[in-house]
Design a protein around this ligand. Structure first.
Ligand code: GLN
Length: 198
């Protein structure tokens, strides 16, 4: 399985390193030919408006949207979660997303005074030990559609959710050296989804 990491802005290198640590063939995606080569895609943390804007400039916005809606597995962390959401609250004017995940997210939801924090999370779906999660000007999920499962929450706000082919977290597992979230994406989301397609 070849996993592309959208490398327009944000901490895409850390995601590539996490994938490599999981034994996965990871590469950067900036152009449509690179996207075409990817079986699955990671959308990193950074600034969701900038990533969307650059995706348009690089001419891959519509292609990413299209691949996601036709079932390409994808994982978005933080800004990546916003970009996978069907609806954003507190969006920048005219802000667009790739969409595909039936959730409503609130941008910068944890508030200015606590722009960044770390906490231990109980991750549903079989992580025996809690997960150390880093939140940086993070969104939270305000509503989930019927086919979306909540995997972890902070103060009853979902911060990790999945559908059949998509995973999104408000936090940044690529910054902690704990690769279980990436491994979860690879083994529990992407591989099963790709098997069904073949
Ligand atoms: N607040 C940022 C946004 O709206 C996300 C922050 C992050 O990815 N760490 O895109």
């Amino acid at each position: 399985m070849k996993v592309g990491v959208l490398a327009l802005q944000g901490d895409f290198r850390e995601h590539s390193n996490a994938l490599i640590a999981c034994g996965v063939d990871a590469f950067s995606v900036r152009r449509s030919e690179e996207l075409a080569d990817a079986d699955a895609l990671i959308i990193p943390g950074g600034e969701s408006t900038t990533i969307a804007h650059l995706a348009q400039t690089f001419g891959i916005f519509d292609a990413i949207k299209q691949r996601i809606s036709s079932g390409m597995p994808a994982y978005g962390s933080c800004a990546g979660m916003i970009l996978l959401a069907d609806e954003i609250l507190d969006a920048a004017m005219g802000q667009k997303t790739f969409g595909g995940l039936d959730i409503v997210v609130r941008r910068n939801a944890f508030g200015r005074q606590v722009d960044s924090f770390e906490t231990e999370l109980e991750f549903k779906d079989g992580f025996p030990e809690p997960l150390r999660a880093v939140f940086i000007r993070a969104p939270w999920v305000e509503r989930v559609g019927p086919k979306v499962e909540v995997l972890a929450s902070v103060k009853s706000h979902p911060v990790a959710v999945r559908s059949k082919t998509l995973l999104a977290t408000s936090f940044h597992p690529e910054l902690t050296g704990d690769h279980r979230t990436h491994q979860y994406f690879v083994d529990q989301v992407a591989r099963p989804a790709l098997k069904k397609v073949q």
